[in-house]
Design a protein around this ligand. Structure first.
Ligand code: FAQ
Length: 335
């Protein structure tokens, strides 16, 4: 189902070495690149690809949790979940807008998503089977998103970096509400604690996959780091996430489902860090290529929303045109 997206699939660039070197100087001087500035085609395409996929992830990411809004156990939980899911929709909108500054339209990006050409995060192709999954998603999925996105606040492309500042603040609230749900379950009845553990067992490995393939298999990693789009590699962020999460799980009295997880004092240049087991990359690539449990339903839900929202887009456009025409006539009359 998935193939390379049409837009931004190719990060290669054909400017002269001189032009690329001058651009790199701006990057190395930590200057922000703004939409009207010169940028190499490869830089533009890489950003369109990454920001577009990120936007799709936020919008598709509303679906697994949206599934539980009507079944949240209390009014307070329902209100918090509703707000969180709305926040994710807002993140998608900032990101689509940031991508649009690079010369791609939201329609083009959406068509790629619906055609199965543009990717979105693998994590959203897993089902939310129990209420505990809503806690686990907040704690771990938003936790992983924050680990990945805090460095993006320093991305060299201005609109993406600025969008990330607000997104990270909101993700931080999401992470805490998730952790609090899991803590309530972990401190509840034995059945509730078992539900939290079972959910953790299902989500742990897919969450580690969110950071992307190992650095050795990361196609875009080196160039994106050189252009300071990414500030840390996939493996560096995954390691930071594991090290941050182990004490959180211990505090909850839950067990991370990895028999190979252990403290290694030699890691991280002698500062210490956790060794952890092997990730199932066959599962990762199967999910990315469209063979996850929920891929078909996720894209279908987005197609339905896009088609059923067509009249709203048309009405908004006609309204904007009428207002512009009215303003034009008023300005003409005043002259
Ligand atoms: N899933 O060469 P790399 C969230 C693809 S937001 C699917 O290493 P790159 C908030 C990758 O696109 C979650 N595909 O790629 C939330 C590339 O394929 P392509 C989303 C993946 O770009 C919470 C190929 O593999 N966050 O969760 C994945 O340098 C709760 C080779 O990989 C972002 O998008 C994956 N996990 O590094 C919402 C953050 N990983 O494009 C709702 C911004 C890799 O050549 C509820 N993105 N691939 O066809 C990034 O930081 C980067 O794009 C990475 C991948 C790190 C994801």
């Amino acid at each position: 189902m998935y193939s390379q997206g049409l837009i931004g699939a190719d990060g290669s660039t054909d400017e002269s070495q001189e032009v690329l070197a001058a651009f790199q100087q701006r990057i190395d001087a930590e200057e922000k690149i703004e939409p009207n500035d010169f940028m190499p085609q490869g830089y533009r395409r890489t950003l369109i690809r990454q920001i577009g996929q990120h936007a799709h992830s936020e919008i598709v990411g509303m679906l697994p949790e949206g599934n539980w809004i009507t079944r949240a156990p209390t009014l307070k939980r329902k209100a918090a979940l509703l707000a969180k899911v709305q926040d994710e929709g807002g993140h998608g909108l900032y990101l689509y807008s940031a991508a649009e500054t690079l010369g791609v339209s939201r329609e083009e990006m959406t068509e790629e998503l619906l055609a199965g050409k543009a990717k979105y995060s693998s994590i959203f192709n897993y089902p939310t089977l129990t209420w505990a999954d809503i806690g686990t998603i907040g704690w771990l999925v938003d936790g992983a998103a924050i680990m990945n996105q805090i460095p993006l606040c320093r991305c060299s492309f201005g609109p993406y970096a600025r969008a990330m500042i607000r997104v990270c603040k909101e993700e931080s609230f999401h992470q805490r509400q998730g952790y609090e749900i899991v803590m309530t379950l972990a401190q509840g009845t034995p059945e509730q604690k078992a539900m939290a553990q079972e959910s953790l067992d299902r989500w742990w490995w897919p969450v580690l996959m969110m950071f992307g393939p190992h650095d050795a298999d990361s196609q875009h990693g080196d160039q994106s780091m050189a252009w300071k789009i990414k500030r840390f590699s996939n493996d560096e962020l995954r390691q930071k996430f594991v090290d941050a999460t182990v004490p959180q799980a211990e505090y909850l009295g839950l067990t991370l489902p990895d028999p190979d997880l252990k403290w290694n004092p030699e890691k991280n240049g002698g500062q210490g860090g956790h060794d952890f087991g092997a990730i199932d990359w066959d599962e990762f690539w199967a999910v990315v290529k469209g063979r996850g449990a929920m891929n078909r339903q996720r894209v279908e839900a987005r197609r339905k929303a896009w088609e059923e929202g067509a009249w709203v887009r048309e009405a908004a456009l006609v309204h904007a045109q009428k207002r512009a025409e009215r303003n034009r006539l008023m300005t003409q009359a005043a002259e």
